[in-house]
Design a protein around this ligand. Sequence first.
Ligand code: HEM
Length: 149
Amino acid sequence: MIQTILYIHILSATAWIGGSLLLFALGILLRDREAQKSVYAHLGPIYGYFETFWLTLLWATGLVMFSYFGIDDVMLHAPSSDLAEVMSVKLLLVVLLTLFTVIHMIIAFRTHTTYRTPLQNFISRGSSMMIFLLNLIILWYAIDIRNLL
Ligand code: HEM
């Protein structure tokens, strides 16, 4: 059973990170402004629902494993152990990632196919850069947790 949960967790991580890497690459490599506008107009909403689905699954399966492996007890009773420390950092990073995702999505849905103020543009680009970087770091911590279990 727990193997299935881990399987879904890893599948969700590949879909979530893969999706964000692809969109990030599109933003840099697709130089034609009109083509970029059109791609984002069509792909944007589908991408938003796609990513929300996988991030929700990551949280759900992550919390199941968190409880199954008794990591809550480890964090409570041995807070300075390696496992508790690595898990705390991963959780903090995932909370930040989720916040940046919510901010990014609010702006994306509010301004879809309409004008964006320079501030909205800055926040949207900044949050997508943070999501990109956080993903790379979270993956590192995820492997560390596996090594410590
Ligand atoms: C963006 C969000 C997340 C990503 C990308 C992610 C990614 C991963 C990956 C790739 C693994 C497998 C590591 C390996 O097998 O070497 C893993 C394991 C794990 N994750 Fe996550 N995770 C995320 C969120 C969460 C959350 C929110 C929790 C808990 C609340 C969590 C708890 C765990 C646990 C306990 C393991 C170890 C399970 C095991 O190895 O048997 N993860 N994570």
